[in-house]
Design a protein around this ligand. Structure first.
Ligand SMILES: [Zn+2]
Length: 252
């Protein structure tokens, strides 16, 4: 079972970037929690550097990921800049040649580009002293590590997207899908299962059985296209309207 260490940046006495009425540490945590739910329902093991508003030094975070033996380290942040027009997402990976963090970063970039309206600033890396990684989480972790900088809190349009739950849900889905693709896992839509009635509690000493989804489901389909880009455009509009959308491929 792949182990994913999710690191919502900042926390506690360190708010991270602040802008447009948003505080970075809060959004990082809200998105990381959603990513955790997606990865956990796909059977991945997930640990978080913080699950609440705690102050945690970077060293404690990378030490924990190393001790746990995580397979990947995903740090979640948002950008800030003095020039308010700067906008979009970017994913940072290690400078080390052959590092698999580059592959993970590319997968994340691709999904953020597909699922969110944020501008794509691409996958990047930054070298520090002696050609080592500039960023602590890449330098000090023993597994492929990336930093997802999803949008600029100082840009009004990005902030308007990142503040509401709908934008956070989209970003979280994109991050989860990028991680799942890296591990060669298929995406299972959360759709109908979320509506399933809760199973009755199992009697003591007995394992709870996974209930099979039974009965008839009514799916609402809002369009079929020969061109994938057109399908993605409509899916994006539906997501923006707050619907949980996925694209099925049908071969005729
Ligand atoms: Zn940050």
């Amino acid at each position: 079972m792949p182990k994913v260490y999710l690191d919502p940046g900042h926390g506690g006495s360190d708010p991270g970037a602040v802008g447009n009425g948003l505080v970075e540490k809060d959004i990082n945590l809200a998105i990381a929690r959603r990513v955790r739910v997606h990865l956990a329902r796909h059977g991945l093991a997930v640990r978080m550097s913080r699950t609440g508003d705690q102050t945690r030094p970077l060293r404690a975070r990378t030490d924990e990921a190393n001790a746990w033996g995580a397979d990947v380290y995903v740090s979640i942040h948002c950008n800030a800049y003095v020039d308010e027009s700067a906008n979009g997402f970017e994913v940072w990976h290690s400078v080390q040649p052959g590092s698999r963090s580059r592959i993970l970063a590319r997968s994340l970039v691709q999904w953020l580009d597909r699922l969110t309206p944020l501008a794509n600033r691409g996958a990047r890396s930054r070298a520090g002293r002696g050609g080592r990684d500039y960023y602590h989480v890449m330098r000090e972790s023993r597994m492929p590590a990336v930093i997802v900088e999803r949008g600029f809190i100082t840009n009004r349009r990005d902030a308007r997207y990142l503040g509401p739950a709908s934008g956070q849900a989209q970003v979280a889905e994109a991050i989860a899908r990028g991680v799942l693709e890296y591990f060669g896992r298929n995406w299972i839509p959360a759709g109908p299962r979320a509506e399933e009635p809760a199973a009755p509690p199992a009697p003591a000493g007995q394992e709870a059985e996974q209930p099979e989804p039974r009965g008839v489901w009514y799916r609402v389909i809002i369009g079929s296209f020969r061109n994938q880009a057109n399908a993605e455009r409509l899916a994006r509009r539906a997501r923006e309207a707050g619907f949980d959308v996925w694209i099925d491929q049908v071969r005729l």
